[in-house]
Design a protein around this ligand. Structure first.
Ligand code: ADP
Ligand code: MG
Length: 626
């Protein structure tokens, strides 16, 4: 039999390797930025066209390359950063694999211009799909400029897999921000389609954060600092009251490298325990420095995970350091032993004013007056019951803390009204207000301020008010959006909200869908979003809530197609506007909700596929009592 095994030609091997390294424009941006940093640049410029699909260019003022190095840099496993395997355990550079340029050159048109300090002329190389097209001397400033054009020109399948420009741009911006945050001592600029997105002069860490996330960030930051034998921690956490629902502003850097770590995130979240408003996430910019020998970054080139030798110690230190910082800025109790969480001041409670307890003295009371001794258990005639009304106030806003099952509150006396018994289906379709107001006696009651209970022919139905309302609103929004007949209320004064560049890019992408729901947008630029009109179904103060929820729902991907975009919008708006658990509903609202729910196309599940109600039949009850 003839031999059949062959070595793959270089350009094929490179293309295969490229599949690992280059997944999207953002991966190219990351590799090139890191090369510029490794080259000791003090100023780095990123120019992007069409979210990087047409052009990604990085210009640095780093050490440049000689003409031989320039040619070599595109060879696979060609690197100046390590020479022996031992170097792997003491890495001070971002790169070390020598794969990035070879991979990028295999799947794009690349133009390199570079000149080292002291050389009179530089080198200009052009490569297309691993083939050198041009190599010549050229006049160019000190440093390196690398332009990557028409990414995936030779792999149509991959090119087609790229997402919309705004999604790809968001990934590019994410990478840019991560690198810029890791290196405040380097000046960065970023341009997209000729417009300037970021201009970040060199400065300290705080200036860099503010440069990226906007001027208001300044007042939100609490410094964090700690130094121990195995670790230094530096950076900032965002005050709990400014936390958002999005995960957008969670940054860990280990030895100046951005990493993701669910474990360390958990440590930070634990330090914020009890301080964050409902469902909010901690925001942070944390820089850890550890001995490079104690971590392993030698995993997948595009992965941001990292392995630590002693994760548990890191966890504990991080948690207590942040707790301490929050405490120092009198944001949290400083004590750091295992507290009984029931003794903590609830988050909402700290906003309440201090009330001095009243001591009332009965000046007419004479202990020596002869009054027949009361019988055991009987009340003394002159003894007044202490005034205990208003004790509920102490618990206001604490519903969310209540342990499930600890209380069962019936808001109303059980009523024997039976709206469903008279025919659930016919009733449900009837106009809601009429149905509700025609009933004097309530046939529903609220349980734990969370569930609506009502009787039905076969027994009882328990409705989750939040999920049910989501279903109702969802169908309503969907109708409005698809029919495009939603009504706007024009605002007298435009509402101006600030968002990060990334968030605005997202909003821009969803603009049409949002406009179909009734939003009217004015200017969208810089970090400003101007809103001139809003849907009639929401109030002005709900707008930020709706948009925040939307941004957090869209964190990972903006749906491309029209329909799924509409659907996501409707779901997200329904989620943010639906009544929450903990809100008391009067009988009219309860019945309105019940009737609207059962008038829905799919009353039994919420837009996120959870049950909206359960039923308990008479048989179920009988069984329970056996
Ligand atoms: P790695 O960064 O893993 O070494 P790359 O393929 O990214 O591999 O780069 C190959 C080599 O090209 C680098 O080791 C470096 O010597 C050189 N190089 C790449 N980019 C630059 C740059 N912007 N300035 C100077 N040298 C560079
Ligand atoms: Mg590199």
């Amino acid at each position: 039999m003839a031999d059949i095994i062959k070595l793959l030609p270089d350009h094929v091997a490179n293309q295969i390797a490229a599949g690992e390294v280059v997944q999207r424009p953002a991966s190219v941006v990351k590799e090139l930025l890191e090369n510029a940093i490794d080259a000791g640049a003090s100023s780095i410029k990123l120019i992007v066209k069409d979210a990087g699909k047409t052009l990604i260019q990085i210009i640095d003022d780093g050490k440049g390359m000689s003409d031989t190095d320039a040619r070599m840099s595109f060879e696979r496993h060609a690197t100046s950063k390590i020479t022996t395997a031992d170097d792997l355990f003491n890495l001070n550079t971002k790169g070390f694999r020598g794969e990035a340029l070879a991979s990028i050159a295999a799947v794009a048109h690349v133009a390199l211009k570079t000149r080292p300090e002291g050389a009179e002329v530089g080198t200009h190389i052009e490569i297309e799909g691993s083939k050198i097209i041009t190599q010549e001397v050229c006049a160019t400033p000190k440093g390196t400029s690398l332009a990557v054009k028409n990414l995936f020109f030779n792999i149509p399948a991959r090119r087609n897999f790229l997402k919309s420009n705004s999604v790809e741009l968001r990934h590019v911006i994410d990478e840019f921000q991560r690198v810029a945050l890791a290196h405040p001592d380097i000046a960065f600029a970023m341009y997209h389609n000729e417009g300037e997105l970021f201009q970040l002069p060199k400065g300290n860490l705080k200036q860099r954060i503010v440069g990226i996330f906007g001027g208001k960030t300044n007042e939100k930051l609490v410094p964090v600092q700690e130094e121990t034998d195995i670790l230094t921690i530096n950076g900032f956490v965002v005050k709990p009251e400014f936390s958002k629902k999005t995960r957008g502003e969670q940054f860990f850097f280990v030895n100046d490298r951005f990493i993701k770590s669910a474990y360390l995130n958990h440590a930070v979240t634990a330090a914020f325990d009890g301080l964050l408003p409902d469902r909010a996430r901690a925001s942070y910019f944390l820089y850890l420095k550890v001995d490079p020998a104690t971590i392993d970054i030698n995993i997948h080139p595009t992965k941001t995970e990292i392995k630590f030798d002693d994760e548990h110690a890191l966890y504990a230190m991080l948690r207590s350091t942040i707790k301490h910082s929050l405490g120092q800025f009198s944001i949290a109790p400083v004590l750091d032993f295992n507290r009984d969480s029931e003794l903590d001041t609830p988050y909402d409670y700290k906003n309440k004013g201090v009330v001095t307890p009243k001591i009332e003295v009965d000046r007419t009371f004479n202990p020596f007056e002869s009054v027949p001794a009361p019988k055991r258990g009987a009340q003394r005639p002159d003894y007044e019951k202490p005034d205990v009304t208003g004790w509920e106030k102490m618990y206001e806003g604490m519903e969310s803390q209540a342990t499930a099952g600890s209380t069962i509150t019936f808001e109303k006396e059980v009523s024997t009204g039976n709206m469903f018994e008279s025919g659930l289906n016919t009733k449900a379709a009837a106009p809601i207000t009429a149905a509700a107001s025609s009933q004097d006696e309530s046939s529903t009651y609220q349980l734990n301020k969370k569930y609506i209970v009502s009787t039905i022919k076969s027994g009882m139905v328990i409705i989750d008010q939040h999920k049910a309302h989501q279903r109702v609103l969802y169908e309503e929004f969907l109708r409005n959006i698809t029919v495009k007949e939603s009504v706007s209320q024009q605002l007298l004064f435009p509402l101006t909200l600030t968002y990060s560049t990334t968030e605005l890019a997202l909003i821009e992408e969803l603009k049409e869908g949002l406009e179909n729901t009734g939003f009217i947008f004015g200017l969208i630029s810089g970090d400003i979003l101007e809103i001139n009109g809003i849907p009639t179904s929401i109030t002005e103060s709900q707008v930020p809530v709706v948009i925040d929820q939307l941004l957090s729902d869209l964190e990972n991907e903006v749906p491309d197609s029209g329909f799924s975009q509409t659907d996501t919008l409707a779901k997200s708006m329904a989620k943010s506007l639906a009544v929450k658990g903990g809100e008391t509903l009067d009988s009219l609202s309860r019945e309105h909700l019940v009737n609207s729910l059962f008038a829905c196309k799919e009353p039994s599940i919420s837009p996120t596929n959870k049950k909206t109600f359960i039923t308990i039949t008479g048989d179920d009850l009988d069984r329970k009592f056996k």
